[in-house]
Design a protein around this ligand. Sequence first.
Ligand code: FAD
Length: 420
Amino acid sequence: MKEYDVMIIGGGASGLASAISSARKGAKTAIAERLPRVGKKLLVTGNGRCNFSNASLKRKNYHGTNSAFVGYVFSQFNGSQIVEFFDELGILSKEEENGRIFPRCDQAGAVLDVLRYECNRLGVDELCSQEVEEIQKLQDSFAIKTHDGEDLHSKKIIITTGGKASPQLGSDGSGFALAQKLGHTIIEPYPSLVQIKLDDDFLKHLKGIRSDARVSLYVNENLIDTQEGEILFADYGISGIPILQLSRYVHHPELKDTSMKLHVDIFPETLFHDLKKMLVERFLKLSFKSVEEAMIGLINKRMIRPTLALAGIEKARRSSELNSADIEKLTQQLKDRRFVIKGTLSWRDAQVTAGGVATAEVDDRSLESKLVPGIYFAGEVLDIHGDSGGYNLAWAWASGYIAGLHAAESLKVKKKFLKK
Ligand SMILES: Cc1cc2nc3c(=O)[nH]c(=O)nc-3n(C[C@H](O)[C@H](O)[C@H](O)COP(=O)(O)OP(=O)(O)OC[C@H]3O[C@@H](n4cnc5c(N)ncnc54)[C@H](O)[C@@H]3O)c2cc1C
């Protein structure tokens, strides 16, 4: 039997941060990880570059039943402290567009390496290929049963098992089962930051097309959210950062059985009226061409035919023949092309999990369970998820670090008390 002060279940971003803060406080710490190595998911974050935080961590960038839950954690470990934490470990950082923070060397592997070296230096036991299947509350500690039948005991436990997104990288939702067995409520998990599937006859023509766009999500004809950036069409639908951001509404429990549409504006920089005027001038200038030919150089060639078809304009017509109503319809298709949403890609493709362990049952200062003292939660296993842009890893580091700190400090308080 192995005995620890603090046992961390899950060696992802939040688990590694928990292990470091716990061990720095002098607690005998171990990480149990179901995969043969810790940090597998970290290696693929930010397309292998690891967008590890954001320069502006605001509550509005976080979502869940109670997104205010993140406030206390970030007040104890804020964005500057995250950057300093990595700086001390040797990671020089740089800020890119929209406050996204990356390691200057652009290597997620470097981020994982420094975390592992620090765990090693602090004497953290990495127990890999150990899937935790059960946590039993004993009088003053916990017994942890792993898939291999390993017998582990620990005074405190931090559950950092992640959610269900990208199970091929380790997080298969088993942490929810562990939390549930301990009496915790799980807010229905659903995939977020995931590509959106569209119901559209022209997708095969659009596949592979990239465009800057403003994309608005409508639910039952009501505008819910708008995002801007590069989009990419695919045979199943659409992806790109604005789409990932909007995907969190698609399976939202309160929006079940609604009709959802994306309105795509591929000329976000031009007002409707100005675009219409530009088209009038263009067709006048190119009056000797067919409308299809006159559109070449304006939008992606493969978009021309579907756009004309949807505007009800015969592609062979002379551009000089178009009347004001035709150009109005064409402008409409360029500024407000509508797509019916039919779902998202699966958990395998999702970057994060919405839903998770109910935050109402967890203390927002220490991240200790209000139901089972001695159990802590951090990272994506909680009902908190962030926008794309480094917010999810920032949450994982901050919540992980804080949970590890409080778990280890609570032991010290106890030891001091016993000495007296
Ligand atoms: C492709 C991709 C790209 C991403 N890019 C970014 C990015 O650039 N920036 C950003 O902020 N966020 C990004 N994210 C999201 C971010 O990676 C996660 O939010 C973050 O890793 C969550 O950290 P975590 O420690 O809570 O969970 P995870 O990183 O999922 O770690 C959980 C760990 O627990 C282990 N585990 C699970 N169950 C058990 C069990 N029963 N016993 C033992 N071990 C268990 C798993 O194997 C895993 O190693 C990306 C996600 C994906 C999938």
